[in-house]
Design a protein around this ligand. Sequence first.
Ligand code: ADP
Ligand code: ADP
Length: 233
Amino acid sequence: MPLIEAHELSRVYDLDSGRVTALDRVSLAIETGDLVAVMGPSGSGKSTFMNLIGCLDRPTGGHYRLDGVAVETLSSDGLAELRNRKLGFVFQQFNLLPRVDACANVELPMVYAGIDGRTRKARALAALNRVGLADRAHHRPMQLSGGQQQRVAIARALVNQPRLLLADEPTGALDSRTALEILGLFQDLNREGVTVVIVTHDAEVARHAHRVIRFRDGHLLSDERQEAADART
Ligand code: ADP
Ligand code: ADP
């Protein structure tokens, strides 16, 4: 059973100025263990697609199953619960809370999941250790480099042991050397079994995926497998 199964997935916005078809009958499956790059020009539907597969938005047409669950049958609370349990999100601008330290940032998804403080702290520290930041647990975001902040964000995304990591331009705010380190981390996590989907404008980033999906005007333009470049070499 694929982790993600989209069938004729559509998202239409009804605006005063008319209808905008942001995503037009997209069908695809993503298997557990894949590392996928999503590409396409601005306005082609990448964010819309990510918001749908990330259960942040609902389709106006078609069907979507995440890990076998028919998402359209869930209430808003059910969606939020599914999101917190199965998905991790990573963003271009890291989206960390500036006033608390790395450890507290990583604990946040566990606060939502109702996990007790002692367990949260232990798991947050283990996640920071996993991304190579054990010695930065008590630094605030401002006291960390961009690459380190993105590592904290990745630790936060991992802490509930998600099936799927969704990253929206995760290297867009980083220099190319730091970007490669972050891609190396995604590749390591992928080898450990985490399914990863990365939206990127950058062909250099996409070279590190096993599969490249391209959108244009809300349509799936192409879907190709490739030999992924190794970020560690
Ligand atoms: P991308 O992420 O590839 O830049 P988007 O998915 O953001 O593309 O947008 C696809 C299309 O849907 C664009 O034409 C965009 O203007 C439109 N769109 C996206 N979000 C909204 C919204 N909330 N309301 C109206 N139109 C939207
Ligand atoms: P943008 O691409 O517009 O700069 P982001 O990359 O920050 O925005 O976010 C991408 C999408 O994820 C947006 O549609 C936003 O609503 C959603 N989002 C932003 N922050 C969070 C969050 N903390 N948890 C879940 N979804 C979020």
